[in-house]
Design a protein around this ligand. Structure first.
Ligand SMILES: Cc1ncc(COP(=O)(O)O)c(C=O)c1O
Length: 500
């Protein structure tokens, strides 16, 4: 490209088409029913006068998300190029929808996939919908913090060697807490065996744009990736992208399954926000991501000096399952204040109006992002100084009870257990039963139990611990109860299998 040529990445074809359409003041005889603001509900007090004018469905000229031929096709092609992918789909269903889509696009019922057990609930739901057999492998577990991290490459290699018929691998890049596995080596080992690599990059949308962050899925040569651009890339909540690369995948099937699970009325604001975020990341991403890392590191250094507090730093990445970390995430251990992370999470909001990403038993997590300002960092540091002044008395560290936790044994395919006859029993009566639902702590939404797993007494202890100590438990059943497979009624020919 010579200096007189315009970089195509300067364009925002979909966003521009939306602006042009709005400015043309059309007379709308199509959906949505508010008719570009013909009626305005009280939403305008929240989202501004323009919210209705800029909300339209599928007028001529704005292309079709499921058969893109015009501005959406162009916007997706620019995004594929910007993220170093061959293919891109804009999605309005978050990474949740993307993960279910990809599992169903790659796997036939009963195909095998290797996954770390600390996957997001959407991956479990993808197993239920696709009917695939999961081969779970254990992530690195930090005993001190209780945090589940990445996975040693050797665990993937062992699982592939033991299951030569496996179709795909699932890698979290990074985990909710920002830890990554050695993705390049995992991809190399998978591709040697013709195995497809699917990455959950819900929290890694910014990786490709900074040299100071871990390797992105596409840069590592993975086949498929799903990115919550809304989490770290600057688009509106719920908007995400599915990326694809190479010839191991059937992209036509990906697009077919994508349209099966997506609304036929995708929100144009969300799609336009993806077009704009791509341009921002391409031209300014590095500067802003590196700024967020700088602020996070400054906060980490300051907060680590405060009595009663410590932060995860590079020394945490000392095992093969903790290959690297997202430096824009700040995980703070608050147990030296004699408080749980759940308590500090709530208190820092009540007293300082600071909304953190998460509170855990011992930790809280602050996400620094491309929109974080220097003053925000200063407010955070000041709040932790005040909290320390109030609570630090050389307290005993908050100790998480020792549960002897092992990931539960999977006895039956998640889909089988989900559709099996069930009964609802009290948590304390469920030991020895097969779970028929997913139960998770939210956030981060990683299931403690999934359909098909054997319920042990230690897992019941963990659920009771979270319930008593302020975690939010999500499940189908009411508090204190759990849905289990009704074995008496269960069709005896159910395809029971053991992981051993
Ligand atoms: C690891 C992981 N994967 C997937 C998701 C789902 O992403 P989304 O909220 O975009 O649907 C989340 C959400 O927090 C997550 O933490």
């Amino acid at each position: 490209m010579n200096k007189f040529e315009k970089d195509p990445q300067e364009e925002e074809p979909f966003l521009q088409a939306c602006i042009d359409y709005m400015k043309s003041s059309p007379t709308p005889f199509d959906v949505p029913g508010h008719k570009l603001g013909g009626i305005k509900t009280d939403l305008v007090y929240f989202a501004g006068e323009n919210i209705f004018d800029s909300d339209f469905n599928a007028p001529i000229g704005l292309d079709n998300l499921y058969h893109p031929q015009g501005v959406i096709k162009k916007a997706e092609a620019l995004a594929a190029q910007a993220f170093n992918a061959d293919e891109c789909l804009f999605s309005v269903n978050g990474s949740t929808g993307g993960i279910i889509t990809l599992l169903c696009a790659v796997l036939d019922p009963k195909d095998k996939i290797i996954l770390p057990r600390n996957v997001h609930k959407s991956a479990i739901n993808g197993l239920i919908v696709s009917g695939a057999y999961p081969i779970f492998i254990s992530p690195d577990l930090d005993e001190e913090t209780g945090i589940a991290n990445g996975v040693d490459v050797e665990e993937y290699v062992k699982a592939m060697d033991e299951n030569p018929d496996v179709k795909a691998l699932f890698v979290i890049n990074p985990t909710y807490f920002g830890i990554v596995s050695d993705l390049k080596s995992i991809v190399k080992e998978a591709h040697k065996r013709g195995v497809v690599v699917i990455c959950d990059e819900a929290h890694g949308a910014h990786f490709h744009f900074s040299k100071n962050e871990p390797c992105s899925a596409m840069d590592a040569g993975a086949d498929l990736s799903i990115l919550s651009i809304h989490k770290t890339g600057g688009s509106l909540t719920q908007s995400s992208m599915i990326l694809g690369k190479g010839d191991l995948i059937d992209w036509h099937r990906v697009t077919r399954v994508f349209s099966m699970f997506s609304s036929t009325s995708p929100n144009h604001l969300l799609l336009a926000s993806l077009d704009a975020a791509r341009k921002f990341l391409y031209f300014q991403g590095e500067e802003y991501i590196d700024r967020s890392i700088r602020y996070a590191e400054e906060a980490r250094k300051e907060i680590s000096k405060i009595p009663g507090l410590s932060c995860i730093d590079d020394s945490f990445c000392s095992t093969p399952g903790r290959y690297g970390r997202d430096k824009s995430k700040l995980v703070i251990n608050v147990s030296g204040l004699g408080k749980t992370g759940f308590e500090i999470y709530r208190e820092i909001r009540e007293k300082f109006n600071i909304q953190l990403e998460l509170g855990e038993a011992k930790e809280v997590m602050a996400l620094f992002g491309i929109g974080t300002l220097e003053k925000d960092k200063d407010i955070l540091i000041k709040a932790f100084k005040e909290l320390s002044k109030e609570y630090y008395q050389n307290n005993e560290e908050y100790i998480i009870p020792n549960f002897e936790y092992h990931y539960p044994k999977l006895l039956v395919r998640p889909r089988e257990a989900f559709y099996a006859p069930y009964k609802v029993v009290k948590l304390e009566d469920a030991v020895g039963e097969i779970c028929a639902e997913s139960i998770m702590v939210y956030p981060p939404g990683i299931p403690v139990l999934i359909p098909g797993e054997l319920i042990s007494s230690s897992v019941i202890d963990i659920l009771s611990f979270y319930e008593d100590d302020g975690g939010v438990l999500l499940s189908d059943s009411k508090d204190g109860y759990i849905k289990v497979v009704d074995k008496d009624k269960w069709y005896k020919a159910a395809d029971l299998y053991s992981q051993d």
